[in-house]
Design a protein around this ligand. Structure first.
Ligand SMILES: [Zn+2]
Ligand SMILES: [Zn+2]
Length: 334
């Protein structure tokens, strides 16, 4: 086997470590809650049953949305977006960027493409050799172009984009619910163990259960809030720069109102909003836009990274990563 192929196999294997870590933590939390807390610690049968039923509902929804995010294949551009053979050869032979742009413009004329690069050029992926549809980005980890790409998430070892964004947001919501339910129901037993009012072999599990659930809750909450804000604004994590349309840049170009933004991700039937089943609207290629930049003055909108958005992104990322690192460190030192 060629060394590069071996390296790729190793990389692919290593990329599953965060997923394995999350699953091990979840398996342990299941054992600690069901066996150590509900069966060995809680004396009241009624309390046991209520806790177990609600816990299992949260657990099933959490695992369902988590695995749907992991196993959903990212949507890739269809063959119409690849350069036809003749144009591709012409493009490769040509060295002048202006001439290459002319070739791309000719092909893009027949495609539903309304966004451009910062300099106004057609967005082209050199790795995949295709014209990028609107909101499509190349993921260097997956080595492919992904429709409405949001980000590559190591915790699900998958690209989060058009095919699984709803599942990802639900995964954040249900993992938060799972953590908050565990933390709130464990709290009274946590205090009893902590103050030595009860002292059984379940002590270690119950103390850690509260601690881990609370830490994960804080960590996920910041990420969840950030994504709800992105959905409300119809933006993506990767799209920190304002999208540039044919008539100029507009940071709110894809915003079509809060409710409509919401339905683009969750679908127009409210009964499916909470279920990790595919209901997102659209085809991943074209997106409704508000009518903007019809006059030349609007074309002067600054299309540099919005400092406010960039600050929010950095803040949420930092809180999430610092909490996770803190959690891991304390977990390992105990
Ligand atoms: Zn690509
Ligand atoms: Zn990816």
């Amino acid at each position: 086997m060629a060394p590069s192929r071996v390296l790729r196999c190793c990389q692919r294997g290593l990329s599953w470590i965060p997923v394995i870590f999350i699953n091990l933590v979840v398996c342990w939390s299941y054992y600690a809650y069901v066996v150590q807390l509900c069966i060995y610690t809680i004396p009241n049968p009624e309390e046991q049953v209520i806790y177990l039923v609600v816990f299992h509902v949260c657990f099933v929804m959490f695992m369902w949305s988590y695995w749907k995010t992991i196993i959903s294949k990212p949507s890739n551009p269809s063959k119409e977006f690849f350069l036809p053979k003749a144009e591709k050869e012409q493009y490769e032979k040509e060295e002048r960027p202006e001439a290459q742009q002319e070739i791309l413009k000719k092909v893009a004329k027949n495609l539903p493409i309304y966004t451009r690069t910062g300099s106004g050029a057609i967005r082209y992926c050199d790795c995949c050799q295709l014209i990028k549809p609107d909101r499509c980005h190349h993921c260097s980890t997956c080595d492919q172009c992904v429709l409405k790409m949001d980000h590559h998430c190591p915790w699900v070892n998958n690209c989060v984009g058009f095919s699984n964004y709803k599942f990802f947001v639900l995964f954040l919501a249900y993992s938060m619910l799972y953590c908050v339910f565990i933390a709130s129901t464990v709290l009274q037993y946590f205090i009893k163990f902590w103050t030595n009012q009860i002292d059984t072999h379940a002590k270690f599990h119950v103390l850690f259960l509260f601690f881990v659930a609370a830490m994960f809750f804080v960590s996920i909450m910041s990420l969840f809030t950030y994504h709800i804000w992105l959905i409300a604004k119809n933006m993506t994590t990767i799209g920190l720069r304002a999208p540039v349309f044919r008539n100029g840049p507009d940071k709110n170009g894809f915003t079509v109102g809060f409710y409509k933004n919401l339905t683009q991700v969750f679908g127009d039937q409210k009964r499916y909003w909470c279920l990790p089943v595919y209901t997102s609207l659209g085809d991943g290629y074209t997106f409704p836009t508000r009518l903007v930049n019809l006059d030349s003055e609007q074309g002067n909108v600054d299309h540099q990274a919005d400092p406010k958005r960039y600050f929010c992104y950095c803040l949420f990322s930092t809180v999430t990563y610092v909490t996770n690192i803190l959690l891991l460190t304390i977990f390992l030192t105990f």
